[in-house]
Design a protein around this ligand. Structure first.
Ligand SMILES: *Cc1c(COP(=O)(O)O)cnc(C)c1O
Length: 712
């Protein structure tokens, strides 16, 4: 009897332990239906949810709601997924099969309930894992488990950002201790010239893919080092190098504990580049060959993806920090201090250069790429000195444009609508352009209704968040106004991004009078939803954010400009699924790719963006809107002014008129046509399945073939 009673609870726990549920709305809806308020209270965390609901309660609720068959069905589907043999990877990547791709990243953004990411880079890595799982590519992720995550953002009454750090409860996370051969929690140890560093290893299951995360909170470490992995991008340079030693060298040691020789080493950004050194050390020892031969051999199967043209985004360490942390390691590699430093210097003979992780990665990998066509070009220019004498066009950095994991970002309501016209199996064939041709067959009214429903959902979500914020700040005067904030019939613009100054999140405020006229237009008004975090030490970014927050607090703008606190996966999902327009105003050419606009496209929203990053190769004149023509100016003030002018003009002359041009049944037919064209022309291209296939075919397979040829 007890067994039968626990049956559903156990099945739900099995579902919760494999992160596969994160991209299957039919599983999520089981939890929502079981107890909607508990689901919200535990912040969409199924493990916390199951810790708070007894097997008897599950059984009782399931009977009332007839959930048994849905739970059993989900459980069966997960098992089928795990056992599937004829995957794309099995058919196309046979060569990788016996030696997996190892994917290193300092952050992984998979879902709001696993807060070990800060933004775009992490979400991209999470999307990469999910698509690799769906495609059946043998891949293992390696990262760090930050015990306080990034930070929670709260605004105070002045609109100034405050950071809040909360210790994660590991008992509420889908992590399992990774055990060594004798059944103990595996701890890896890295000796340095000062104290040794230790880290525990945790295992997560992301569909068919394993993710291994390290954290330093172990007894063997000093009190200070136990906190080393508390925060993502938190500490000073010393904390940073120690984190990166753990990630790279510690991560590579985990592979050895797993008895895995990587077929491909994929470094997602330079943070993990020390992994290359540990791999070289292993190969030197294993094959008894000297450093330079091992270095060349490892380069054959190393792939490096660079993610930003902003100089501050490339970690650099001074010689003393390098020697302190890697001196012993250097001796094992048989290198002098200068030879070692040269691995991270553009000019090996320039002793004034610090050690750059990106340089180490570029010098040690045969395949390197930027994350959009324009970013490829910018990266070749940026790093051309590493290949003296080569023309810029021949610098060996290519590009693979980023894409988003469709099932994670597409609203279930849109999914169902697509299913009716694109066919039951559309989701397994979505990289084929012809699958999307039938978007034209979707009824205009149905598409518009679905979009309006999602917009209303977004607005209700925003109001709920504003109510919580107003209560906290004691803004009693606005309680009875909250239900009038934002209007579902008004053109709604979403702006959410990291508040780094180059992203220019406030560009639309450049001419406040002009914006105010647009907001208050009696017939064709607009409204704006902002969200985003500034780095805790970036006061300039915080000031920019404050200006927006203060406007949103003022009675003149309260109902049409809002700022949603604590931008995360959950806020992002609501925003990208509900807005009419996604506004993106980076200073060209500093946006490497950008991915949020891609999430918007799938859900029928339209992009209004500077021609930078992915939009520069995606915009065709009819699938959204461009701000300007891709011009740049050396004087930033001039560039800002010009781009702001273009932005207002496009809003006034194109976006607003098109949105409010309605047919007899109230549908903006020309707008809907653009929505459809957007989905059709971009849906197959700017998605993670296409991206991961590109990596597999262009990088992983050749690298794996090179390795097997080399090692026989
Ligand atoms: C998609 C996403 C990003 C990426 O933002 P871009 O500005 O488009 O690069 C950042 N943060 C979160 C939470 C996201 O979901």
């Amino acid at each position: 009897m007890a067994e039968a009673k626990n049956h559903l609870h156990d099945r739900l726990r099995a579902l919760a332990q494999n992160l596969w549920w994160m991209w299957h709305p039919e599983v999520i809806s089981i939890f929502t239906d079981l107890d909607p308020s508990l689901w919200r209270e535990v912040e969409h965390n199924p493990i916390a949810f199951l810790n708070q609901i007894t097997p008897e309660q599950v059984e009782e609720r399931a009977s009332e709601l007839v959930l048994h068959s849905r739970i059993n069905h989900a459980f069966r589907r997960l098992n089928e997924y795990m056992e599937q043999e004829r995957t794309w990877g099995a058919i196309h990547c046979g060569n990788i099969n016996y030696r997996p791709v190892v994917y290193f990243s300092a952050e992984f953004g998979l879902h709001e309930s696993l807060p070990v990411y800060s933004g775009g880079l992490g979400v991209l890595a999470g999307d990469h894992l999910k698509s690799a799982s769906d495609l059946g590519i043998p891949l293992i992720g390696i990262g760090l488990l930050y015990q306080q995550g990034y930070f929670n953002q709260r605004l105070n009454r002045d609109g100034w950002q405050e950071e809040d750090y909360v210790d994660l409860d590991l008992g509420r996370l889908p992590v399992e201790p990774f055990l060594d051969g004798s059944g103990h929690h595996l701890v890896v140890r890295i000796d340095t010239k000062t104290t040794p560093l230790h880290a525990r290893v945790w295992r997560l299951q992301v569909g068919r893919v394993k993710l291994m995360l390290l954290d330093s909170n172990v007894e063997a470490n000093s009190a200070e080092d136990r906190q080393l992995t508390n925060r993502l991008y938190g500490g000073d340079t010393r904390v940073r190098i120690r984190q990166e030693v753990l990630l790279g060298i510690g991560g590579a040691r985990v592979l050895q504990a797993l008895n895995i020789h990587p077929g491909v080493l994929h470094l997602n950004e330079g943070h993990s580049a020390f992994a290359i050194l540990e791999e070289i050390r292993r190969v030197m020892e294993y094959d008894q060959i000297p450093f330079h031969r091992a270095q060349r051999r490892v380069a054959l199967y190393t792939v490096f993806t660079t993610h930003t043209p902003v100089a501050a985004g490339h970690d650099r360490f001074p010689p003393d920090l390098i020697e302190d942390h890697l001196g012993l390691f250097r001796e094992k590699l048989g290198l002098s201090h200068n030879d070692f430093m040269a691995l991270g210097r553009v000019n090996p003979h320039d002793s004034s250069e610090t050690f750059c992780m990106t340089v180490l990665a570029l010098k040690s990998s045969r395949r390197a790429n930027g994350v959009s066509a324009i970013h490829g070009t910018v990266s070749r220019l940026m790093w051309k000195d590493l290949w003296p004498g080569r023309p810029e066009g021949e610098v060996p950095i290519g590009h693979i444009t980023n894409g988003v994991h469709v099932l994670s970002w597409l609203a279930p309501q849109m999914y169902q609508l697509f299913e009716t016209r694109l066919g039951q199996d559309w989701a397994t064939r979505m990289v084929h352009p012809d699958v999307w041709e039938n978007v034209d067959d979707i009824d205009d009214g149905e598409l518009w209704e679905t979009h309006q429903y999602l917009k209303m959902r977004l607005i209700r979500f925003v109001r709920r968040r504003l109510r919580i914020q107003a209560e906290r700040l004691g803004q009693h005067e606005i309680f009875n106004q909250i239900d009038h904030i934002l209007d579902p019939d008004v053109l709604t613009i979403g702006v959410a991004r990291r508040f780094a100054t180059y992203k220019r999140g406030d560009l639309i405020l450049a001419q406040l009078d002009r914006l105010t006229r647009l907001i208050n237009d009696a017939h064709r008004p607009i409204q704006i939803i902002f969200a985003g975090k500034a780095h805790p030490r970036d006061d300039e970014g915080k000031a920019l954010l404050q200006r927006i927050a203060q406007l949103s607090y003022s009675s003149a703008y309260r109902s049409s400009i809002v700022f949603v606190e604590n931008y995360d996966y959950n806020v992002a999902r609501h925003l990208v699924q509900g807005v009419d327009i996604w506004l993106n105003t980076p200073r060209r050419p500093l946006e490497a790719c950008g991915t949020s606009g891609q999430k918007v496209v799938l859900n029928g929203g339209l992009n209004l963006s500077v021609l930078d990053g992915w939009w520069n190769e995606a915009f065709d004149g009819k699938n959204g809107f461009a701000i300007g023509h891709g011009g740049m100016h050396n004087d930033l003030g001039v560039q800002n002014q010009r781009d702001a002018e273009y932005l207002y003009q496009t809003l006034e002359k194109e976006v607003i008129p098109l949105y409010y041009q309605r047919d007899a049944s109230g549908i903006p037919a020309a707008w809907v046509k653009r929505m459809k064209h957007g989905i059709k022309s971009l849906g197959w291209r700017f998605i993670a399945d296409r991206m991961v296939k590109d990596y597999a075919q262009r990088f992983y397979l050749p690298a794996a073939i090179a390795t097997s040829a080399e090692t026989g």
